[in-house]
Design a protein around this ligand. Structure first.
Ligand SMILES: [Zn+2]
Length: 385
């Protein structure tokens, strides 16, 4: 692989080496080469040096830090509607917005609405579009591991194989990233605070149930993008799933499944949040349903724990109440060998509603500022990166 300024940037970002001397020692490069590569990074606005010019913070003089001024514009699409955000290169959400669209309209109309919403948000936040380094979009369906196009998404008719990255890239002129929604959330949780765990599984419990896998600090998508699609794992039961079979986890334990079951007893539940609220108010029928859901999810999750032995398991989404997480936790510990859970942390989302948008921005930043990408860019262009 080509060597260049990007390799120094990697050491600076991870904190392994942040001064000229440390960078020289870590790389074995000469003083002159280190200086030249640091200048290239500084000229491109990617790093700043404490004790000079605009650099701030409590860092000692002569230390370098990752400090690009660029913004990532992100859109997290749900089946209906979605959220937008402007996120800086450190994962801080600068501004949030909403999109009024439905993926059922098809890719072109939906993506036009996404671009319009992102441009409006950038204008509202008073960013020039030239400061946007990337756009990242999450979709509620499986994405192909190589071209990132949707792969037979059940709730997105007309999207399978559609070139989202190319279309939005041509419309906007910036690099575009596309991820599955649970994968983006998992990545956000993994990289939210300092060094990411070696492996993290995020289970999103909402109207549907899906999971995102971050293994060896990378999103694991599987051969066809369906890794982590746990909603159709057979758990027994008689409720019919949208896939046509009975006994799928999503048909038995998702927010939509609970709402459907409760409707037969006269409850009108339109959103998963209402289920959590009813349980918190002490409704015994809803509480029973939620406990049953937690046990079924816990059984599937303990299989994942035995198979993957993750460091961290995050239970996220609007149905992830403390009670549901407690039921999942006790089921996992009861059904797994001690060795598989010895170092396991089971926790709620730390990023909450921001998990998806922060994860998307982190995907874009970690790729755009990877050693490889930076070496390519700083070799061939002189414009600020
Ligand atoms: Zn199914």
């Amino acid at each position: 692989m080509k060597q260049g300024p990007g390799d120094l940037l990697h050491l600076i970002r991870t904190g392994e080496a942040t001064t000229r001397g440390e960078l020289q020692a870590a790389t074995g490069l000469s003083r002159v080469t280190v200086a030249k590569r640091l200048d290239a990074l500084a000229d491109a606005g990617i790093i700043s040096e404490a004790g000079t010019g605009s650099a701030t913070g409590g860092r000692r003089a002569g230390t370098f830090s990752f400090a690009p001024a660029g913004i990532v514009m992100v859109a997290a699409l749900d089946a209906v509607g979605g959220t937008t955000a402007a996120v800086d290169c450190h994962g801080t959400v600068v501004m949030r917005g909403n999109i009024n669209t439905s993926v059922a309209q098809g890719p072109e109309a939906t993506l036009d609405a996404v671009v319009e919403a992102l441009r409006a948000l950038a204008a509202e936040a008073e960013f020039a579009w030239t400061t946007v380094v990337a756009i990242a979009i999450s979709v509620p369906g499986p994405t192909d591991p190589t071209d990132h196009r949707l792969n037979d998404p059940p709730i997105m008719p007309g999207w399978s194989g559609w070139p989202i990255i190319e279309y939005v890239g041509e419309t906007t002129g910036v690099p575009v990233y596309v991820e599955n929604d649970a994968d983006a959330m998992a990545y956000g949780e993994a990289f939210a605070h300092g060094t990411p765990p070696r492996s993290l599984v995020l289970v999103k419990v909402s109207d549907y149930i899906g999971a995102g896998l971050v293994l060896d600090q990378r999103i694991f998508r599987g051969e066809d993008g369906s890794a982590g699609d746990i909603g159709h794992i057979h758990v027994g039961g008689t409720r019919t799933c949208r896939c046509g079979r009975t006994g799928c986890l999503a048909a038995e334990a998702s927010g939509a499944a609970i709402a459907k079951e409760m409707a037969e007893s006269g409850y009108a539940i339109s959103r998963p949040e209402a289920i959590v609220n009813l349980a918190a108010e002490g409704d015994t029928r809803v509480t029973q349903e939620l406990r049953r859901a937690g046990e079924l999810i816990g059984t599937v999750v303990s299989s994942m724990v035995s198979m993957l032995n993750p460091a961290t398991l995050v239970i996220a989404g609007p149905l992830a109440s403390p009670d549901l997480i407690a039921t999942i936790r006790s089921t996992v510990y009861a059904q797994s060998l001690p060795r598989a859970t010895r170092h396991l942390t089971i926790r709620p989302s730390e990023l909450g509603d921001d998990a998806g948008v922060v994860g998307l921005a982190t995907v874009a930043v970690n790729d755009f500022y990877s050693a490889e990408s930076v070496n390519l860019r700083l070799d061939t262009e002189t414009a600020p990166a």
